[in-house]
Design a protein around this ligand. Structure first.
Ligand SMILES: [Fe+2]
Ligand SMILES: [Fe+2]
Length: 268
């Protein structure tokens, strides 16, 4: 019988990006349609399968994204598109990697929902850059997301602290400015897609936050202290303000967690 971990592995091992996104969505539907499906066990790959393109470069080498041309807009959206592809793999990796923790079924429902939404985000952005004549892989991208995930592969609280609660939370901070930028160009189609993403990403941060606290309660750890420790040990550098405190708060994430780990806000 097919288990949830079998479905997760299939997504992780799918190379082509559009196929991976489609499978993420259809496998999520399978899980929700079969309430007796077992979780199973898996040995997720060190690196998920990916297409030959885009070229992966260091974040500092990323091309500038000025102007309003189709290529400039597609470059901007492609950076998010690449994050969404990573996010698909990260959600299924979360499902497959930590089965020994004995999480309740709700944990899997939550991460399958995240995987489904990341697949949707990928598809929406992919359709949008197709309007500009581009597709996934046409611009270089960076590998920082998977690197952060890799360094937390042995510890579920480290993974939860860094992936949803640092990296996805960072998305909440930077997306409103992108929405404004597209709105100012009167590209409301792109702005609307980013609004959907922002809204659903609040849910992803909330999911990470909820299961991080669940683990802390279960193992008798003080959540704030443990979160800060996990971030210090597993995330290079300081967190970068300004923070979208409102969105973070809606995800159940309060400033007394992250402000002590942030660079000082410059007052100029
Ligand atoms: Fe997303
Ligand atoms: Fe997400």
């Amino acid at each position: 019988m097919t288990t949830l971990c079998d479905l997760a592995l299939e997504v992780l091992e799918t190379k082509e990006a559009a196929a991976k996104a489609a499978l993420s969505r259809s496998h999520a539907a399978k899980w929700y349609a079969n309430r007796s499906m077992d979780i199973g066990h898996a040995n997720p790959p060190e690196r998920p399968a990916r297409p030959a393109k885009p070229d992966l470069i260091s974040p500092t080498e990323m091309p500038r994204r000025r102007g309003q041309s189709d290529a400039a807009r597609a470059t901007l959206l492609h950076a998010v598109l690449h994050i969404e592809l990573n996010a698909i793999d990260l959600a299924w990796d979360m499902i497959a990697r930590f089965t020994a923790e004995g999480f309740p079924r709700r944990f899997y429902d939550d991460w399958v929902q995240v995987a489904d939404e990341e697949g949707k985000h990928f598809q929406m952005l992919s359709d949008r850059i197709a309007d500009f004549g581009f597709s996934y892989g046409d611009f270089p991208a960076h590998d920082g997301l998977w690197e952060a995930a890799w360094s937390t592969r042995h510890n579920v609280t480290a993974r939860l602290a860094v992936v949803p609660m640092v990296l996805e939370a960072r998305g909440l901070d930077v997306t409103p400015a992108m929405i404004d930028r597209f709105a100012k160009m009167e590209d409301f189609a792109s702005a609307d897609i980013l609004k959907v993403i922002l809204d659903e990403e609040i849910g992803h941060v909330a999911t990470g936050n909820r299961w991080f606290h669940y683990m802390c309660l279960k193992t008798n750890m003080e959540a704030k202290k443990h979160w800060q420790k996990m971030v210090r040990e597993n995330f290079r550098g300081l967190l970068k303000p300004p923070f979208n405190e409102d969105a973070r708060r809606r995800a159940g994430f309060s400033p007394d967690y992250y402000l002590p780990l942030s660079t000082p806000v410059s007052r100029s």
